[in-house]
Design a protein around this ligand. Structure first.
Ligand code: ATP
Length: 359
């Protein structure tokens, strides 16, 4: 099952920094750099964009906040960055209230907003120097520009940078003060694939150096690649939280094979708890217990000499979880609902049920 193996591999952590593991587990106590408890944020018109959200970010980890447009990610981040007041709940960044103890928190955090908004007539170098002048302790400007591969553009006016180069300048300014906690709001939006990879490399290096990162992104591969843990927000609430593997485990795995082969569709054995759907010329078995269901299917196929053409088995992907959340709110299909394109049938163990006929 090479497909299954590669999918499992995709969910396994692709990199680990032993230093950070130690850092977060030293003495058995995990120290949080961010604590959010029952955070709510209501805008002036009365709209509640964030509703009793709770999560924490451990020292040395990258925590990703995912969610559809308008889910409340930026509204949450702005409170943590000290840029907005909560209307309810409590937040702590490095042990301080970021709104009230701004002077204690601000020098120790780096912020990359969705839009930097720097004057276009200053050069890259001048912009970075101006920003460095506001910091109590700064890296050399050249080093920060080097980190985001913008050093060769230092004499160019900001207005003449491409969209992707401006994002990289925003990132350079966010890391200029050697932050302990870095807030990255959609850092790779508008970047070409190579620049995205470079940004990921830089983020990994920062993590290895002990920086903790809170990231929002619409790129699920970015979260899968970088995040130690993540949360999916929907309509102001967190509806999924955990490691990628934990979050993905909340969604059924699938086994599928091509339907309508020369021998017709096979009469499948009872597969307790599994759901069978027909989709795109394939029989798809959704199961909470991939290994058991697959074993049962393969043993049965072997015994009955049934061919299952183009057989594939894979755990759910983060994308499937995300889409389920976007569609159904909490990520679980409502009882009795059916996808317009799919004919769904829940198998209750009746022998001889045919996926081909849906009976
Ligand atoms: N100043 C504001 N006044 C009123 N409502 C606002 C304001 N800013 C944001 N909102 C609303 O709050 C909700 C959450 O917005 P927010 O920007 O936090 O979402 P998001 O998850 O970051 O979205 P995106 O992925 O599109 O950046 C949205 O419905 C948005 O329209």
């Amino acid at each position: 099952m090479p497909e299954e193996t590669s999918e499992v591999g995709a969910h396994a952590p692709r990199w680990r920094c032993p230093q950070n593991e130690r850092r977060s587990r030293e003495g058995g106590a995990v120290s949080n750099v961010i604590d959010v408890e029952d955070l709510s944020r209501r805008y002036a018109g009365g709209f509640e964009a964030v509703r009793e959200v709770s999560f924490s970010v451990r020292r040395g980890e990258l925590f990703a906040l995912l969610g559809t447009n308008g889910a409340g990610k930026t509204s949450t981040l702005e409170v943590l960055e000290g840029l907005a007041e909560p209307s309810g709940g409590r937040v702590r960044v490095l042990g301080f209230d970021p709104g009230r103890a701004r002077a204690s928190v601000r020098p120790r955090i780096g912020i990359m907003l969705q839009e930097g908004g720097f004057p276009g007539d200053l050069t890259v170098d001048e912009t970075a120097r101006m920003w460095a002048g506001t910091l109590t302790s700064s890296r050399p400007v050249g080093e920060a520009l080097e980190m985001v591969e913008l050093a060769h553009r230092s004499k160019v006016a900001v207005a003449q940078l491409s969209g992707g180069e401006r994002r990289r300048l925003d990132l350079a300014l966010a890391v200029l003060g050697r932050p302990e906690v870095l807030f990255l709001d959609e850092p790779t939006t508008g970047l070409d694939p190579e620049s995205r990879q470079n940004t990921w490399r830089l983020v990994r290096r920062l993590l290895e150096g002990g920086t903790s990162v809170l990231l929002t992104t619409h790129y699920l591969d970015e979260a899968e690649t970088l995040a130690d843990r993540l949360a999916i927000m929907h309509e102001g609430r967190i509806v999924r939280e955990g490691t990628v593997s934990e979050v993905v485990a909340s969604q059924p795995a699938t086994i599928s094979f091509a339907s309508g082969g020369s021998g017709g569709d096979p009469q499948l054995p009872p597969l307790d708890g599994a759901r069978i759907v027909m989709s795109g010329g394939r029989t798809v078995i959704e199961t909470e217990h991939l290994q058991q269901t697959l074993t049962r299917l393969l043993v049965w196929a072997e015994e009955h000499r049934v061919e299952l053409p183009e057989l594939a088995a894979r755990p759910a992907s983060l994308e499937q979880v995300f889409l389920a959340v976007a569609e159904h709110g909490d990520g679980s299909p409502p009882a009795g609902s059916g996808d317009a394109e799919l004919r769904a049938e829940t198998l209750t163990g009746a022998p001889g049920t045919s996926p081909g006929t849906g009976r």
